[in-house]
Design a protein around this ligand. Structure first.
Ligand SMILES: Nc1ncnc2c1ncn2[C@@H]1O[C@H](COP(=O)(O)OP(=O)(O)O)[C@@H](O)[C@H]1O
Ligand SMILES: [Mg+2]
Length: 251
């Protein structure tokens, strides 16, 4: 059994737009999957369905064996989603309060809550900012805060929608480093991004979307040749020899 199993997922808006058509894929525990495709290809809708925010028109989603339609609350706890707009996900008056917010709704004890908030601050390097107001954080710090918010409730999978958008170079490095660390410590990462050049060295699977369908999926190097026809351009297409050097990280 795969950690995530998506079968024949379709979604049609009331106005008739087919945002997703017959989307099927699986994600293995501990893997790093990149989803790419031009604007409007259905990436955000897909993540929102997987997180239980939108109900699909048809198709099945199983997360760790749980049928997401039958048990939406259970499924959502296992699939954490970092939104593209960080500000829409940040609700607390301080960084610590923001991380605690989602946990409070899960009914954990005060002691557990405190420990978990400390762990998330450390994991994302935000301990020095614990008592700061979130709106005074940099773009990269805000993104790390939303990663802390999502990871606080220990989802099996973390998915991120365009997490580099609007970030400056240091911000991109911070977030990329965070994602690679999460994956190295065993977490399953699903990343929606246009910036293949920043992430491919760290990913094992690439899913290319085009007009609401999956145009290609599989190991990164095997799938990459289809990228250009899906509107995902790269300055140079890597080979097995060059892909390891295609990273913005130095370690
Ligand atoms: N509220 C809506 N009503 C109708 N169509 C929509 C709505 N929101 C998004 N869409 C359409 O759904 C498709 C997929 O959108 P989206 O998942 O946001 O794409 P992506 O994230 O890949 O850029 C696009 O064609 C978009 O125009
Ligand atoms: Mg989108």
């Amino acid at each position: 059994m795969s950690q995530l199993e998506v079968r024949d997922l379709s979604y049609r808006f009331p106005d008739g737009t087919h945002a997703l058509q017959q989307v099927s894929f699986t994600v293995e525990e501990g893997s790093f999957t990149v989803i790419a495709g031009r604007n409007g290809s259905g990436k955000t809708i897909l993540l929102r369905i997987l997180n239980g925010l939108i109900k699909p028109t048809s198709g099945d989603v199983r997360i760790e064996g749980i049928d997401a339609a039958a048990h939406p609350y259970e499924a959502r706890k296992k699939f954490g989603l970092v939104f593209q707009q960080a500000d829409s996900q940040i609700v607390g008056q301080t960084v610590s309060r923001d991380i605690a917010f989602g946990l409070e709704n899960t009914g954990v004890s005060k002691e557990v809550l405190k420990v978990r908030v400390q762990q998330m601050l450390e994991m994302t390097g935000l301990t020095p900012h614990a008592h700061q107001r979130p709106r005074t954080l940099s773009g990269g710090e805000k993104r790390r805060l939303t990663i802390a918010d999502v990871m606080a409730v220990s989802p099996g999978i973390i998915a991120l929608d365009e997490p580099f958008s609007g970030l400056d170079y240091p911000g991109v490095l911070q977030v990329l480093h965070q994602l690679v660390q999460l994956n190295r410590s065993g977490h399953t990462v699903i990343l929606v991004t246009h910036d293949l050049e920043k992430v491919l060295a760290h990913a094992d699977t690439l899913i290319l979307m085009d007009q609401g369908r999956i145009a290609a999926q599989g190991p990164v190097l095997e799938t990459l040749p289809a990228a250009a026809s899906c509107g995902v351009r790269m300055r140079r297409v890597p080979t097995a020899e060059t892909i390891r050097d295609m990273t913005w990280l130095n370690d």
